[in-house]
Design a protein around this ligand. Structure first.
Ligand code: KG4
Ligand code: ZN
Length: 322
């Protein structure tokens, strides 16, 4: 079954054709990122306008690249939450129009659940239910207990900044580019182990997160030690990254223990961080827990994860507009 996926929840405009929930036949992604860079964050109005201009072209190119005829697409799917209101509106409206024009059902999916599903695309070995999922992106940091694709229980989330947002803000404090994750990762790699004791704040519920305090600690440290040398910037980047990564791993493994499961999947933009992946594998292995990460491309926002998840939900009868 060929499914068209559409994703417009943040700055990306993405479309993809996926066969039977696993095989990606095409994945087109454009981004308005370069227009947001000078602001150090996504400006909703700019994102929305670019999406309005590009959506039709992006969907067309995904369909063309897949080699699938329009009449053979049997389901259309779109991200309907969470995200920027205007951006979501563009994708949802377009998907509804496709559904009406082609006379095919529409399924709306949750962006965070789609990030988890990125682990089920392609030919890789996949996690078995039930498992724990950590979604760690620019807008979200959440832990879930997954009994099935339509049986997802939220266990905890960030009380303030998302982890990716903290990477972006720390990068801004250090005068690096946007998005900050890849810049921090690169500097941290050159620096080795961080030597400053930045810590993430504690939370009442052990499976919630808080990244706002550590970001402020970095800001005060940078001010106090101004002007920063190159070496000092790398040391700050590595120290912040080590602490952020440790808290993500520690809470995910705690969730495994509390729910008595032996598998954990990770998704979202921050999952592209190699240090996070290596350290996660190392610590999980020591506790007999299996970890799954998507390929770097599929960690980022894309529409293949939307189409894949929609296929699974459709098989379970979860149709929005039939
Ligand atoms: O999932 P995503 O593409 O968009 C959202 O749904 O938010 O995630 C984007 C976030 C940004 O905050 C970016 O800094 C972060 O993912 N990111 C990284 C890395 N690559 C992207 N964070 C840490 N290390 C990376 N290598
Ligand atoms: Zn995302």
């Amino acid at each position: 079954m060929y499914v068209l996926g559409i994703e417009t929840s943040c700055d990306e405009t993405a479309a993809s054709i996926v066969k039977d929930g696993r095989k990606i036949l095409s994945s087109a992604v454009t981004s308005s990122l370069k227009f947001h860079q000078k602001y150090g964050g996504v400006i909703p109005e700019i994102a929305f306008r670019m999406q309005l201009e590009t959506i039709s072209q992006v969907v067309d190119s995904a369909v063309k690249e897949s080699g699938v005829r329009r009449q053979d697409i049997k389901l259309v799917s779109v991200t309907d939450r969470p995200g920027l209101a205007g951006s979501l509106f563009v994708g949802i409206s377009f998907a509804k129009a496709v559904s009406l024009c082609l006379g095919i059902p529409l399924i709306e999916v949750n962006h965070l659940h789609a990030h988890i599903y990125a682990n089920f695309l392609g030919d890789n070995n996949v996690a078995r239910f039930p498992f724990i999922a950590l979604v760690v992106s620019g807008g979200h940091t959440s832990l879930f207990y997954i009994r099935d694709f339509d049986k997802i229980e939220a266990l905890g989330s960030t009380l303030d900044d998302a982890c990716g947002e903290a990477f972006d803000k720390v990068a801004k404090i250090l005068g690096l580019g946007y998005p900050g994750g890849p810049y921090i990762e690169k500097l941290a790699r050159n620096s080795g182990k961080g030597r400053i004791n930045f810590r993430c704040s504690g939370t009442d519920s052990p499976l919630d997160f808080s990244f706002s305090g550590i970001k402020t600690a970095v800001m005060y440290y940078a001010r106090k030690n101004n002007p920063l040398t190159r070496k000092s910037v790398s040391n700050i980047a590595a120290s912040f990254q080590d602490s952020a990564i440790n808290v993500l791993i520690e809470k995910s493994l705690l969730a495994c223990k509390l729910k008595r499961v032996k598998e954990v999947v990770v998704g979202g933009g921050v999952a592209a961080n190699t240090k996070l992946k290596e350290e996660f594998f190392r610590q999980a292995k020591a506790r007999g827990i299996k970890v799954y990460f998507p390929s770097k491309e599929l960690c980022m926002d894309n529409a293949a994860m939307v189409a894949g998840l929609a296929y699974q939900l459709f098989k379970k009868g979860g149709c929005t507009q039939c």
